[in-house]
Design a binder for this molecule. Structure first.
Ligand code: AP5
Length: 214
């Protein structure tokens, strides 16, 4: 199965993608995670992306398209993948269509996680993740069972993202509404666009997803 998850910053794309990865056995491809790994490694791409990401703006299409094209060719994607954070612009959507057509592949589901803009600042500023395994948490909505200890790996070191602050959230939301939402019509025309209520609790959103994916 090949799936695209849309949703504004903090909608729950990463949270749901990690769950679907486990239950459906398909790999999560998060362009945000890939870019953060490039930044951490100090690569040329990371150096180009760092300031743009910290400002909440979008990294140039050509860099993103090359990165995802290479990733989709890897062995672990052969049974399917969840695109989390890509495509984000019309050129990215068109490039994805062309690269999949060339490989004889097609997208099966496109799901938008719908949330109110007002809820996003709280979601984003309360988010943190485990340094050991990357498991995601929230100060209020998804606390570890034992304070300060990761449920998944027992790690005790956690990180908050450099772009997770109230100022950057508004720029990221603006990018979503101006550059990403307009590409929904591209997938509507293909009869692929579906949505879930992302204002529901995390487990309830997962149930809605599973109902759509079968
Ligand atoms: P990226 O990493 O993709 O960030 P984003 O789209 O802003 O999305 P987030 O990761 O912030 O949120 P999410 O929807 O995954 O929410 P999460 O599940 O963590 O991109 C970062 C940057 O990289 C971009 O700004 C851009 O610069 C660059 N970039 C990436 N892709 C690009 C592309 N294709 N083109 C150009 N540039 C690109 O949930 C958030 C929090 O809320 C968590 O703490 C979670 O526990 C909690 N939560 C989740 N669901 C719920 C719920 N239902 N109820 C209550 N709390 C919830």
């Amino acid at each position: 199965m090949k799936l695209i998850l849309f949703g504004p910053p903090g909608a729950g794309k990463g949270t749901q993608a990690r769950r679907l990865q486990e239950t459906h056995g398909i790999v999560q491809l998060s362009t945000g995670d890939m870019l953060r790994a490039e930044v951490d490694s100090g690569s040329e791409l990371g150096l180009q992306a760092k300031e743009i990401m910290e400002a909440g703006q979008l990294v140039p299409d050509d860099l993103i398209i090359a990165m995802i094209s290479d990733r989709i060719d890897q062995e672990d994607c052969k049974d399917g993948f969840i695109l989390d954070g890509f495509p984000r612009t019309k050129p990215q959507a068109e490039a994805l269509g062309a690269m999949l057509a060339e490989k004889g592949l097609d997208i099966d589901h496109v799901i938008e996680i719908k949330v109110d803009d007002d809820a996003m600042v709280k979601r984003i500023t309360g988010r943190f993740s485990c340094d050991g395994c990357g498991a995601g948490y929230h100060d209020e909505f998804q606390k570890p069972k034992k304070d300060g200890v990761c449920d998944q790996c027992g790690g005790t070191e956690f990180t908050r993202r450099a772009d997770d602050n109230a100022e950057t959230v508004s720029v990221r939301l603006q990018a979503y509404h101006e550059q990403t939402s307009p590409i929904f019509s591209y997938y509507k025309e293909k009869g692929l666009m579906e949505e879930v209520d992302g204002m529901a609790e995390i487990d309830a959103v997962t149930e809605q997803m599973n109902a759509l994916l079968g």
